[in-house]
Design a protein around this ligand. Structure first.
Ligand SMILES: [Zn+2]
Ligand SMILES: [Zn+2]
Length: 236
């Protein structure tokens, strides 16, 4: 049985939302969008765009990631099987432009011209760290190797963490000890996991009154991480 396009009357085999290919693609002829956004770059390496914060990622990848998120927001519900292709990309000094075609069933349904303006700005994490705020202080005590290893685990975990307020500040460090301020206790949870993969130290938490602010008592957590005599795990 022959099937006709209800709009133009053409005989057609394949239908897109019950229209022929020509009529279906006509629907999207004027679907061209220009989107301009700011991306903020902090000296610490954090890239911020709206609520999205990432580090250890190139500017280009970060932008592609936010484009993916943006398109998902627009198309996911309506066109579940949409795809998109980059047809043009251009990088200037303080600007990255990318042009994208969004397709469904191989038919272009929209065109997006994204323009990202790259600006220098201190990120939230650095602002908070600069203000002197921290949630806990880590006290490392042990041999030189232990102190060095744990410090390096703490630094690496913080660097790769995408948690909010993931920062550390080394307050004191020598061969056998280190005192490190840490942005959040949540970050410590991650650090602890990494430490326990390699060491079985004594970990002790205590709380002390930090200061009284407007009559409100503010407590800080002190976390002691102390090397035990036989520390390395047998399988390590
Ligand atoms: Zn038609
Ligand atoms: Zn920063």
């Amino acid at each position: 049985m022959k099937k006709f396009c209800p709009k133009c009357g053409k005989i057609t085999k394949t239908f897109y939302c019950s229209l022929c290919e020509t009529c279906y693609s006509k629907k999207f002829k004027t679907n061209i969008h220009k989107i301009c956004k700011n991306v903020f770059v902090c000296n610490c390496g954090n890239l911020t765009h709206g609520q999205l914060i990432k580090k250890n990622i190139s500017l280009n990848k970060f932008i592609d990631f936010s484009i993916e998120k943006e398109l998902k927001k627009i198309f996911k519900k309506k066109y579940n099987d949409y795809k998109y292709v980059y047809i043009q990309a251009e990088q200037k000094k303080e600007e990255i432009n990318k042009c994208i075609l969004v397709k469904q069933n191989k038919i272009t349904i929209a065109k997006y011209n994204f323009r990202f303006l790259i600006k220098n700005k201190m990120c939230r994490t650095c602002l908070i760290s600069k203000s002197g705020y921290y949630e806990a202080i880590l006290q490392l005590r042990g041999s030189e190797k232990f102190t060095k290893d744990i410090s390096s685990i703490i630094e690496k975990t913080t660097d790769s963490s995408n948690l909010e307020n993931s920062f550390i500040k080394i307050k004191k460090q020598n061969k056998n000890l280190a005192n490190i301020e840490i942005g959040t206790k949540k970050l410590f949870g991650k650090i602890k996991k990494q430490i326990l993969l390699r060491y079985k130290p004594l970990i002790k938490m205590s709380y002390s009154l930090h200061k009284i602010d407007d009559g409100k008592k503010i407590y800080k957590t002190t976390i002691l991480i102390k090397e035990k005599q036989k520390n390395l795990r047998a399988n390590n």
